[in-house]
Write a protein that binds this ligand. Structure first.
Ligand code: GSH
Length: 216
């Protein structure tokens, strides 16, 4: 049983670990599962072979025997369900951890991605500078709420779990924006995630891909 995931051949984030293969790598590292990576160019991502795996022509995907998955949240959930270490045994705690996984990708990530999309695709528009504060206000609203809930806890619900893995992955997208720094407990939360040995192994692996592509 070999697990194969897909990732950018040359990540637009220049190896900063923001592409969504990173959260899958991190989950696999947390549960100690080895994996192969198939690197794709933007062209290959839109070709039929990849579209058969990922209907939207994106990374990451996950293949294991006759199972093929897409959507990073679903992939992390699958890994967490199949292997010990990312979901609590207690049924209610497990349900809450899964709730936090959904919260990360469906409540926190959209406004954060909206800001990235605005910068990338709308940055030259005359209305960009006027729109940006509204986009950032929506992010701050969510960060405020999350910050209040986290308080001085280390993780969102007890021990580190897949909910934290996805939440930290999503919050990391704000690194460099200055916005996260306004919330010391969230900055510390993200730093705790980054300090995990599994995170570091995953980060180094994706960085090695970018470094090799740059010298190659
Ligand atoms: N909701 C999807 C989003 C996947 C996604 O946006 N992937 C990006 C890389 S992080 C991508 O492939 N972008 C290239 C494109 O959309 O053409 C997931 O979580 O897997």
């Amino acid at each position: 049983m070999t697990i194969t995931i897909t990732a950018f051949e040359r990540s637009p984030d220049r190896g900063r670990g923001l592409a969504r293969d990173m959260r899958v790598r991190w989950a696999l590292e947390e549960v100690g599962q080895p994996y192969d990576v198939r690197l794709l160019s933007f062209k290959a991502m839109k070709e039929p072979a990849h579209l058969a795996l990922q209907p939207f022509g994106q990374i990451p995907t996950y293949e294991e025997d006759d199972l093929a998955l897409f959507e990073s949240g679903a992939i992390v959930f699958h890994i967490a369900e199949r292997h010990a270490g990312l979901l609590p045994d207690n049924a209610n705690a497990r349900a809450r951890a899964i709730t936090w996984m959904f919260a990360a990708v469906s409540t926190m990530e959209p406004p954060i991605v909206d800001r990235e999309v605005a910068k990338l695709l709308e940055g030259d528009e005359t209305w960009y500078e006027r729109r940006l504060p509204f986009v950032e206000e929506r992010i701050r609203n969510r960060l405020n709420e999350l910050s209040c809930r986290l308080g001085d806890a280390d993780w969102v619900d007890g021990e580190f779990n897949a909910g934290d893995l996805l939440m930290v992955s999503v919050l990391l997208r704000l690194k460099g924006s200055g916005i996260l720094d306004e919330y010391p407990n969230l900055s510390a939360y993200v730093a705790r995630g980054e300090a995990r040995p599994a995170y570091k192994r995953a980060f180094d692996a994706q960085l090695a891909v970018f470094t090799a592509a740059s010298v190659g």
